[in-house]
Ligand binder design. Structure first.
Ligand code: ADP
Length: 435
């Protein structure tokens, strides 16, 4: 016989606390047992099993937390040195130098960008896996999106060795303002365009958008590259899947399209591909048209921000990583700002208490002794109008909100390019441009 221990409480309040020994079950008995079991849930498994289940659940939750913490740490640890590598090579490239030196700097920059893209892919992938991908829905112009992509990839191709390849933007008859996550859509299309460049030796890459009668926008990237065999068209969207193609050297990781697919699902869109070997491919994403109530988009002035003037202004840099500090200080040198540097949150609070002539704070978030969040809260309690810009290598979801909740006025993630840094500061303490 099978001993059946029933030890527990039915939600209605009836206590069942008996130990039955049952030797044979009729079908009716089994149905009844099933019913009782479902009513009293876990208790039928007995205390021991219940504890084991709770223990495994806690263990699973703990390992999930550890995974998230590991990712947050890794992204921090990698982005901090990347900040220096990209930032300094960008600064260096503005100095006069000979051809050979220019070539080296270009290599450093390009490899840095590749590495950063790889890190971003891995972080995206883990966010998607952990179900932590959050969207930032905003209104934007379809035309401006494609023009921006065109300009940056046109420049990119012209600077590359692919002299027989060019990119064109198909005519856009009418502009539309749609609602979606601009950065994620841009990421998907950039991936399509990067692939089109990577897998084409020559010819034309056409980017464009078509609006169907059914109110669907189709953004497409068409190339005249090597094409994809028809039996591989599904598998290229699988993680780490690459077509074995010895012609193409230095290919990617096989992550790009699988990320695009998950992102497209997040945007309630569909990805399509058509391709013919030796002729070319068309990758597209269909997005439902969510019309925006706004008809004007925000125009961000396109200034040469490296000319900003912050003379007579004092900027407090709270940063425990020396090379990041030097990078910020060198970037700000051209602006004439006075710089104070401290390495932890307590010292930052002390400066704001004693010698209050600070106009703006650049606050690192992960600091020894006292976190940037805590330091920001205390400083804001003393000086609510003092602008504090969080600069952090965290790229995990929720960090941005946490910074704003602590009182920060802006949020920059490393690597921070000189222009982005200066543009953000100028938004708070900028004066007229120097000529
Ligand atoms: P990868 O980083 O390897 O480019 P993707 O996930 O972006 O990874 O692409 C997966 C595979 O699909 C590529 O390795 C390549 O074989 C194929 N592929 C993607 N885009 C194109 C294209 N425009 N033309 C030809 N093949 C492509």
């Amino acid at each position: 016989g099978v001993p059946l221990h029933i030890n527990g409480r039915i939600s209605g309040g009836i206590i069942v606390q008996n130990t039955h020994k049952i030797d044979a079950f009729s079908e009716k008995d089994l149905k009844l047992m099933g019913f009782i079991a479902s009513q009293i849930g876990i208790s039928i498994l007995g205390r021991h099993n219940e504890e084991r289940l709770i223990h495994s659940k806690e263990k699973a939750e703990e390992s999930d937390r550890l995974k998230s913490a590991f990712l947050a740490n890794m992204s921090h640890e990698i982005r901090t040195p990347m900040n220096s590598i990209l930032g300094f090579s960008d600064l260096l490239s503005h100095y006069p130098m000979d051809k050979e030196q220019k070539k080296y700097i270009t290599h450093i920059k390009e490899s840095g960008v590749l590495l950063l893209n790889l890190i971003n892919d891995i972080i995206d992938l883990s966010k998607i896996e952990a179900g932590q991908l959050s969207l930032n829905i905003q209104t934007f112009s379809v035309k401006k999106l494609l023009e921006d992509l065109f300009v940056s990839f046109d420049e990119h191709i012209k600077r590359s060795e692919k002299t027989r390849l060019r990119i064109v933007l198909a005519t856009i008859e009418q502009d539309y303002f749609i609602q979606s996550d601009l950065l994620r859509l841009k990421q998907i299309l950039s991936n399509f365009i990067s692939n089109a460049i990577k897998y084409s030796k020559k010819g034309i890459i056409t980017i464009g958008v078509e609006k169907s009668n059914k109110n669907i926008f189709r953004f497409y990237v068409k190339d005249t590259g090597i094409g994809i065999p028809s039996n591989k068209l599904d598998s290229i969207f699988e993680r780490f899947h690459k077509i074995d193609n010895t012609e193409i050297l230095g290919g990617g990781t096989g992550l790009g399209l699988s990320i695009c697919k998950s992102l497209a699902e997040g945007l309630k869109g569909n990805i399509n591909v058509k391709s013919e070997l030796g002729i070319g491919s068309v990758f597209s994403i269909d997005l439902p048209y969510v019309q925006s109530s706004t008809t004007q988009h925000e125009i961000i002035a396109d200034k040469n921000t490296l000319l900003s003037d912050f003379s007579n202004k004092t900027i407090l840099i709270v940063e425990d990583d020396e090379s990041s500090y030097f990078y910020f200080a060198s970037t700000l040198k051209t602006t004439g700002a006075n710089i104070i540097w401290v390495m932890d949150g307590f010292k930052a609070i002390e400066i704001c208490k004693n010698n209050f002539s600070v106009d703006l704070i650049l606050m690192d978030i992960r600091l020894p002794k006292l976190s940037g969040y805590a330091a920001t809260k205390e400083i804001k309690a003393m000086h609510p109008n003092l602008p504090i810009i969080a600069q952090t290598a965290y790229a995990m979801p929720g960090e941005k909100q946490k910074c704003f909740d602590a009182g920060c006025d802006d949020y920059l993630t490393k690597p921070i390019l000189p222009n982005d840094l200066i543009m953000s500061i100028a938004g708070f303490i900028g004066k007229n441009e120097r000529k």
